[in-house]
Design a binder for this molecule. Structure first.
Ligand code: RAM
Length: 352
């Protein structure tokens, strides 16, 4: 059930609906389309909380996480807490440990983390939890025993399927493709890649996945890996890059290469990073969710834990401001919504 029919109209209806929700201040479920980034930043402090909540993305300097932190900051301002963002420059497996330890020493109430590795930060997170810090993972989970809740952007199956669907549509369901991923240990990308492989094997027998390469969510590394893929596989028909950093770097490479228009590219991108490549014809369609909403929801989830409204048990429900009411599902996860397809028809509706 991907949100891919009558895209522009659908997006506009969803935008109008989310604007109406914001105006009425009422909370009744989440929209399936991302909002356009023009939403209220929640700078008004209208809550009674004094929670200090620290966001720890995979790395700093990634527009995706700038956007999720923007949403987190808006939420924290709404309930009156104190927001902070810290993080490493590089998305390496244990680079987040020292930031977790510092936050624990500072006595923050909540940590909201996108994990570079499912295990490497577990001990540090569990020490934080022993010290009373509520730990919410978002975007990229740890092993479940290392956090109180995981705020998931969309189902892993849905995220995998939308990318396989798009690439197979673009290459006539046949030929060689490669995957340009983030870092080799990233929980989220690895889960999506496993499911993409299953979908390809089961439903697309004429597509051959020749290699998975890793750009480490670093622009230059991803750019170079794209160049290498094109050189190694002259018959390559398509690249799938399930990372906003990777897909933008690959698009930049393709846009000035002979492969432009010959090698299809899709993946998970932000509209602002991909706009010029959709407009110049390098990329026809890609997918994502709204990272701002993801950060906003994760902050509200942390606050619900801190205030004791929920413990993270299956069936717990909490209110997440303008996004409405959410329920904790099996495995301690909370689901934001569905992935969304962006293309030339609708990209102008979005600004994030
Ligand atoms: C990058 C990061 C992030 C992922 C997005 C799609 O920004 O790897 O974890 O969710 O891409």
């Amino acid at each position: 059930m991907l949100f891919n029919r009558n895209k522009k109209a659908g997006a506009l209806i969803a935008l109008a609906a989310s604007a109406a929700l914001m105006l009425s201040g009422c909370a009744s479920g989440s929209s399936t389309a991302p909002d356009n980034g023009d939403s209220d930043n929640g700078s008004s402090n209208n809550g009674g909380s004094s929670s200090s909540i620290t966001f720890l993305p995979k790395n700093l300097g990634n527009p995706y996480f700038d956007t999720s932190s923007k949403g987190g900051k808006a939420a924290v301002a709404e309930f009156g807490g104190v927001f902070n963002e810290v993080g490493p420059a590089e998305a390496t497996p244990d680079a987040q440990v020292s930031f977790i330890n510092t936050a624990t020493q500072q006595g923050v109430n909540g940590l909201v983390v996108s994990a570079n590795d499912p295990k490497a930060i577990c001990d540090a997170l569990n020490e934080a939890r022993d010290a009373g810090v509520k730990v919410v993972t978002f975007d990229s989970d740890t092993n479940p025993e290392c956090r109180d809740l995981f705020v998931n952007q969309a189902t892993a199956e849905g995220i995998a399927k939308v990318q396989v669907d798009i690439i197979s549509e673009q290459i006539g369901d046949a030929g060689q493709i490669a995957i340009l991923s983030a870092s080799a240990n990233a929980t989220n990308q690895n889960a999506w890649i496993d499911l993409m492989k299953e979908d390809l094997a089961a439903n697309h027998p004429n597509i051959e996945l020749v290699e998975v390469v890793y750009g480490d969510d670093d622009d230059q590394t991803s750019f170079e890996k794209t160049a290498a893929l094109l050189q190694t596989y002259p018959e390559l028909k398509g690249i799938v890059s399930p990372t906003t950093v990777g897909v933008a770097a690959a698009a930049r490479y393709l846009s000035t290469s002979d492969a432009k228009g010959k090698v299809a590219l899709t993946g998970l991108g932000t509209p602002n990073q991909m706009r010029e490549y959709v407009e110049d014809g390098t990329v026809a369609e890609f997918a994502l969710w709204n990272p701002e909403d993801l950060g906003y929801l994760a902050a509200y989830a942390a606050e619900a834990l801190i205030s004791g409204d929920i413990t993270g048990a299956t069936g717990d429900t909490f209110e997440a401001g303008k996004l409405g009411s959410y329920t904790v599902e099996e495995g301690g996860s909370v689901l934001l919504g569905e992935p969304y397809r962006f293309n030339a028809e609708n990209i102008g509706d979005f600004d994030f």
